[in-house]
Each structure stands twice: as structure tokens, then as C-alpha cells.
Ligand binder design. Structure first.
Ligand SMILES: [Zn+2]
Ligand SMILES: [Zn+2]
Ligand SMILES: [Zn+2]
Length: 173
């Protein structure tokens, strides 16, 4: 009986050790990162703007957030460490330099970055093309405009739909 309990305890300890190791392995340690004198905020793990969330070979840009004008490797870095809600860059400000190449430290304008075909114009490093899936988190996009128009349409329709209902209920009562 004792041995059975001992085996159980041993198993439990083994599982515990495995879980702890499994949890520790994926998250790389956060470092203080500065690229050509520019501070990288959030959770950077190297000096090329990779972070705990995105650290493939291609993840080499940081984005300056419109809300605080600080460079973060990604949106999650900002949401986990900044004390405020993020805001996106409006189209009128797409000439602002808000993209940092982690390899050479060149700052690109937002429009310049869009036109770069995911290649740094200075050092030819390749950027992650997948970042375009997240543009709406950082920059004003067409989708958002359409979304706004759509939602205001729905609102108008909603009001229009409610009015006849009221009229009907007036007739009924
Ligand atoms: Zn911010
Ligand atoms: Zn991150
Ligand atoms: Zn570069």
C-alpha cells in the first residue's frame, strides 16, 4: 500500500516537473532592448525587435504606437505593458516614421513601409508579410471605414425598423 502511494506521489511530482518545464520553455526572457538609441518597449527578447509573442526569423520590425509614440514589437506587447488603450495612425499621418527595421535601425514612414513589399529599403532584410493581417490594429484601414459606415447604416435601419413598430402599437392600443 505504501509503495502504491509512493508511486502516486512520484508520478505526481514528475507531471508537475514536466508542466513547469513546458511552461517555462516557450517564453524567452525579456531583455532591455535599444536599437540605434531607440528604446523598444513591451517584451522584446533580442536586439532585432523580436518579442515573446513573435520571434520568427522574419519578425524584425517594431511599430511606433500612435497613442504614446513609443516603439513596441507588437500589439500584444503594448496591451500587456502599456497603461492605456492603443490608438491607430490616421491616414493623414501615414508619412510619419513609425516602423523600425530591427536589423539596420532605419525608421520607415508608414506609407513607405506599405510600399516596401516587405523588404527594408536600406538593408534589404525581409519583413514578415503576415504582418499585413494585423494592419488594422496599428493603422486606419479601408475595412474600418466600411465598418463604420455599415454600423451607422445598421443604426439608421434599426431606428427605421422601430418606428413602424411604434405606429403599429399605437394603432393597437
Ligand atoms: Zn500606446
Ligand atoms: Zn510582442
Ligand atoms: Zn533594415
Amino acid at each position: 500500500m505504501r509503495t502504491f502511494i509512493q508511486v502516486l506521489i512520484l508520478d505526481f511530482l514528475l507531471v508537475l516537473t514536466h508542466t513547469t518545464l513546458a511552461q517555462k520553455q516557450p517564453s524567452l526572457s525579456v531583455i532591455d532592448s535599444k536599437i540605434k538609441g531607440i528604446n523598444i518597449y513591451g517584451k522584446p527578447v533580442d536586439n532585432q525587435t523580436r518579442c515573446q509573442h513573435w520571434h520568427s526569423a522574419l519578425d524584425i520590425i517594431a511599430i511606433k504606437f500612435n497613442c504614446c509614440e513609443k516603439y513596441y514589437p507588437c500589439f500584444s506587447c503594448h496591451s500587456e505593458t502599456a497603461d492605456h488603450k492603443p490608438s491607430v495612425w490616421p491616414k493623414e499621418e501615414f508619412s510619419e516614421k513609425a516602423i523600425l527595421c530591427g536589423v539596420c535601425g532605419t525608421e520607415l514612414g508608414i506609407q513607405e513601409y506599405f510600399d516596401s513589399e516587405n523588404t527594408c529599403p536600406n538593408c534589404n532584410s525581409k519583413f514578415n508579410p503576415g504582418c499585413s493581417n494585423h494592419y488594422h490594429l496599428y493603422f486606419e484601414t479601408e475595412d474600418q471605414d466600411i465598418g463604420d459606415v455599415e454600423s451607422s447604416k445598421t443604426r439608421t435601419n434599426g431606428e427605421a425598423a422601430q418606428k413602424p413598430m411604434k405606429e403599429i402599437s399605437c394603432l393597437l392600443f
